[in-house]
Design a protein around this ligand. Structure first.
Ligand code: ZN
Length: 630
């Protein structure tokens, strides 16, 4: 039985229960066999030598796979000594035998280990080895654990690794366990968990020990080197292969706990980027980001606590799925406020939301002096997000990202910003453009030839802001006067469309906004509250009245069976979910076209499609509760 405890993108913290013992995942299966050094501090074991008392044990050496492979494909050698190449042949339409020998293991201290890998058999037969081409319905087999048999060979071919992984995850479904045999060195654990792989083994720890390598996260030290580590194995002073193996195991266990903590805290991507110390990790992450965005993005939350923020510190952050999604939605979903045809490009601020920073308060004051501030649309240009229309400033990740500011831009950043800005400007059809940025001349070709540049040497300098206000007042002269209420309502309309997709504008009709600190309260103008935008959450929270305005107009609906939801809607109760729903999304809960409540999606719609249990939506309001409030 598998229980999902926490999610972060493709990664999950889960509990796998077989018989009376449970195994928390992600986890390492420690090899246990005669002739191998035994490390007994782990939580899970892979044994050819009987059960480990009181610990979760998977058995190796059974005959189940051999039988299966003989039946499925007589042409594929059933021997566990089959070469990696033949076992991973992608043209093979059958499930080939498992395992193949992890490459490099022969050099390890345990010759016996190779012989012990005769295939795995869990006590209840819940394990299925898969590689190559998967039948699309393998998730229907009843297996709880899929063995990603080609993981190790493909780890030397990052592009292929990403392709195979995505194929396996698509076929297996989100909530099954995946085991990557032969992988699991400390530096790789964060990335592998990020890929949605749940189980690893100690083979690479053993192999490294045999080669005299003490493994540390992001580092390899020689076993001869003393004083690099504080673990019990190193403190006891041994430097033979067994002590080094012990060290490697302790290091992997510590890293594993960090990985689980990062999943719980929604910070796994930061940890992954922190651990990019191997060329293949960097390459595999790039392949996932750039070639498999559509698959990965579905599982990434649309909101995170502003306090945990997003750290976008290096090249790898530029292609992070949440960032790519934000950029894509700004270009595809977003519509500017109708009565604001004058674009004002502004720099970002370290403080979020931007509008609470000193520089933006200064800009705001000067925009007000233009005579028609409602006709001016403020848009922040920032790396790595690209363009952030001011009304989206509280939305994740715009509301809570942290980037190093050095004033230098690398080629990739410049290209992304230029491209994003150019496409934004041409899609939104502004009548005038004022670029109040300094030190970003590389954006020039993204701007229309009629654009004004007012940023000067420093955007906050008195001369610069005066020039900006002067230019704006010339551009807004002759445009219809936009009062504050209309300006707010149109900006809110753009925001609602951004969150709920086309149709989201219905929430904003005739609305009124009140700001309290960094939060906005939205009413219908007659005291009925429709929604609340809390900077801390980074998304609109709906009341029942607000949800009623969106009913039937948005894809953010979860259709349930005929019951009154309260508290939490669990998985068997969900009949259908809109394709665009991501973890953290605000959703309408409906039955046969009738609004039954409103809440926050815990799973993505992709997960709802293939899960039979688990919490799907945490309800905020429901039909039998007192309506209104937050
Ligand atoms: Zn150590």
């Amino acid at each position: 039985m598998i229980e999902v405890l926490a999610r972060d993108g493709l990664a999950r913290e889960m509990k796998w229960t077989a018989g009376r013992i449970s195994l928390p995942t992600p986890n390492i299966l420690f090899l246990r066999s005669k002739g191998l050094p035994h490390f007994d501090r782990g939580e899970g074991f892979l044994s050819s030598d009987g059960a480990v008392e009181g610990k979760f044990t998977l058995f190796s050496g059974g005959s189940w796979f051999l039988e299966r492979s003989n039946v499925a494909s007589p042409s594929v050698a059933p021997s566990p000594l089959a070469t990696p190449a033949s076992a991973a042949d992608p043209s093979s339409p059958v499930i080939p035998p498992f395992p193949n020998i992890p490459a490099g293991l022969e050099a390890g201290p345990g010759e016996a280990f190779a012989a012990s890998l005769e295939g795995f058999r869990s006590s209840s037969g819940m394990v299925l080895p898969v590689t190559g081409v998967y039948p699309p319905d393998i998730h229907g087999t009843g297996a709880e654990l899929f063995v990603f048999a080609g993981a190790l060979e493909n780890s030397f071919r990052p592009r292929r690794f990403a392709e195979e992984l995505v194929r396996l995850k698509e076929a297996a479904g989100y909530s099954r366990l995946v085991y990557a045999p032969g992988l699991g060195e400390p530096s790789h654990l964060a990335f592998l968990a990020y890929c949605g792989i749940d189980l690893f083994d100690s083979a690479p720890l053993l192999a490294a020990a045999g080669q005299g390598h003490k493994l540390l996260p992001g580092w390899r030290a020689s076993s001869a080197e003393r004083g690099v580590c504080h673990c019990p194995a190193c403190e006891s002073g041994g430097d033979g292969p067994e002590a080094v193996y012990s060290h490697n195991c302790y290091t992997a266990l510590s890293e594993l706990r960090l990985v689980r903590s990062a999943i719980r805290g929604g910070r796994l991507r930061e940890l992954v980027e922190n651990r990019l110390s191997d060329a293949w990790l960097v390459a595999a992450l790039r392949h996932l980001d750039s070639r498999h965005y559509e698959f990965c993005e579905r599982f990434f939350p649309v909101a995170r606590q502003a306090t945990s923020g997003m750290r976008a510190l290096g090249r790898a952050s530029l292609t992070r799925p949440e960032i790519a999604r934000f950029q894509k939605r700004v270009l595809e979903r977003y519509r500017r406020p109708r009565s604001a045809p004058v674009l004002l490009l502004l720099p970002c601020s370290a403080r979020k939301p931007y509008s609470s920073s000193l520089s933006h308060r200064t800009f705001r004051g000067w925009i007000d002096r233009s005579g028609n501030p409602g006709a001016v649309h403020e848009v922040v240009v920032t790396s790595p997000l690209g363009v952030v229309p001011m009304e989206l400033e509280s939305l994740y990740p715009a509301g809570s990202y942290d980037v190093p500011v050095s004033g230098d831009w690398d080629e990739t950043e410049m290209r992304i910003l230029r491209d994003q800005l150019g496409r934004f400007i041409s899609a939104q059809r502004y009548q005038g453009v004022v670029c109040h940025l300094s030190g970003m001349d590389f954006l020039g070709e993204a701007l229309p030839p009629t654009a004004f540049s007012t940023g000067g040497q420093r955007a906050t300098a008195r001369a610069s802001v005066e020039e900006m206000a002067r230019t704006l007042s010339e551009l807004v002269r002759g445009l219809p006067k936009v009062n504050r209420r209309q300006a707010n309502s149109e900006r809110f309309s753009s925001l609602s469309r951004f969150q709920f997709g086309p149709g989201g504008e219905a929430l904003a009709e005739g609305c009124e906004l009140q700001r309290r600190s960094n939060d906005w309260r939205v009413t219908d103008g007659r005291r009925t509250q429709l929604a609340l935008l809390q900077h801390e959450r980074g998304l609109l929270s709906l009341t029942m009245d607000g949800a009623r305005r969106l009913l039937g107009r948005t894809g953010y609906e979860v259709e349930i069976g005929d019951f009154k939801p309260s508290g939490t809607v669990f998985m068997p109760g969900v009949l259908k979910a809109g394709q665009d729903i991501r973890p953290g999304d605000e959703v309408l809960v409906t039955h046969a076209g009738e609004l039954r409540g409103v809440g926050v999606a815990i799973m993505s719609s992709s997960e709802m499609e293939c899960s039979r249990k688990g919490a799907a939506v945490r309800m905020r309001h429901h039909i039998s509760s007192k309506e209104g409030g937050r």
